[in-house]
Design a protein around this ligand. Sequence first.
Ligand SMILES: [Zn+2]
Length: 695
Amino acid sequence: MSHLLPRTLYLSFTLCAVWSVACGGGATAPESSAERAPAASVPATPSAAHDIDTAAIDASVAPGDDFFRYTNGSWLKKTEIPPDRSSYGVWSVLFDRAQQRTRELLEKAAAGNATAGSDERKIGDYFAGYMDEQAIEKRGLEPLRQTLASIDGIADKRALASWIGQQLRADVDPLNMTNFHTDRLFGVWVAQNLNDPSHNVPYLLQGGLGLPDRDYYVQSGARMDDIRNAYRTHVANVLKLAGLDKPDERAAAIFDLERRIANTHATRTESVDVGKANNPWKQDEFGRRAPGLDWNDLLAGARLNTSPVIIVWHPAAFRGIAALVQSVPLDVWRDYLKFHELDRYSRILPKAFADESFAFYGKTLSGTPQQQDRWKRAVNATNGALGEMVGKMYVARYFPASAKTQLQQMVASIVAAFDKRLDALTWMSPKTKASAKAKLTSLKVGIGYPDAWRDFSKLQIVRGDVVGNAERAELFDYEYRLQQLREAPDRGQWWLDPQTVNAVNLPIQNALNFPAAILEPPFYDPQASAAARYGSIGAIIGHEISHSFDDQGSQFDATGRFSNWWTPEDLAHFKAASKKLVEQYNGYAPFPDLHENGQLTLSENIADVAGLSAAYDAYRATGGADDRTFFVSFGQSWQSKEREQVARQQVLTDGHALDEYRADTVRNLDAWYPAFDIKSGQRLYLAPDDRVRVW
Ligand SMILES: [Zn+2]
């Protein structure tokens, strides 16, 4: 079963809304985040409203025929997608708000004269440096001179292994954020051991590609051919800008090396299969299992040589890449490393480099016509490098303790509702049920921001040293992860910054993160009615909780150990129940020639049904009875419109169904029918037996 971003709440491109080196080397995500980036001219949706948005409703549409258009029809008619975006809706409103607020914090910090070494001074200096294009222009390639010289100094393959090791960073995350991309030869992730919940362990992932995925190198077809040709030209252009001779010839060799690396890579579908990834290798096994590379030098360079065991996520790629290190000439490796150094930091190099980077990654690869304003890129970069430091200031200003308390109560009530629903399941064996309940009881739910803040006091930020700041922030983060190898796993650790508009389920930690920036109107308004709150943020909370119990979540027990706790019979029943939901979504056709893929979106659709059901029960348990407001609030939490190209792309590749059909989840809940007097024969009507109740 294919799963794209199975654990997050929303689309992939909101995930990595960070155009920065800290965000995976930046092939797809950063520029495409522009699709949901703000524009000041956009009229605000009901951000100030304290309840449902009555003006958005189109009463001429029957709720039983089209619930999405009943709840959002008037808004759809009067709203135009801004020209610099491919979609617009409530998510954009929240994203814009968080970005604008962050901008104000950063500009204030940059203009102020905070104490040297303070958090405020650091984020101000980081932001100001990024904004100072003149200074960047003036310094030219000077910031990278030393690194490029050290690449020239690599004398043999052992030195090469050591150099590669020294350059590894904690820039991937296969389980929480499902971020598998790094342009460094390997990616490091530090987290609790899949097989031993009491210890942290390093995970090593495949890497080394400039394009987003192996498919870009190996798939045939005219579109991929065009991208490959454009990438080869891009590589040559970067080398040319850096003054290297024979750029075309060298670019061809670099591309060929990457193509050979890509051929060793696991596919995206293979990468999300934790069973295939759980390969603990001892230090002395690397040389035998992946000959050709001086692993002792590489692991020492990466300071991973004291970990008795490393989990190798992509063993075949490790074998393949090690063999390439041996067989490909050192000259080619040096050129390859130089290109990636230049390319990685292009956006904070002189304009010619930044423009070249956007021309390829933004325009050609992501179809974004226009580059984001400098301030937006600077906000994203500062978030990427110093995210939690910025987040600490963000919540101090924008997230009151009262909101945290109210949301914690809502979470507790939804967990209790979920627990009751588990009790009531007739098909699940007592053994599986007991494991599920144990997992639910120990679920750790983070609201707004982490309990403990990271200490950034040892991180040095120098005003004006833009590349150096980025490098130091990456290294600081890497050393923070190395330190965690010497500490016990922390289930309270956060993987999203408070100013991020998203939510995530963390399977190894058996925990959830709901950042402050998503706990905002219209999703969450402390002054809204309980019906409106439970229908919106309540269903979002329920959605994330239920991911702990789906086909993916069931691979991890209450302690985060990788072990399936479902009996085969229970799993068979779960799959049969899911089948009805697959068919339901297959029946949605946004375009005459394209229908939703019920299988691709299954995990998310299950989470939507289960989350809405638990939120509804929790709402009724408060004594409320305003079902209409509850359901309208849910329908409006999917208020959005998108351009046809994006909608088509999402249907083909994303694990989340279109927002319109997510709003129609309501048809699976019995309570929706009397609330809107839904009659048999209406388009969304389902006979009681056809309503899907997985949980
Ligand atoms: Zn989800």
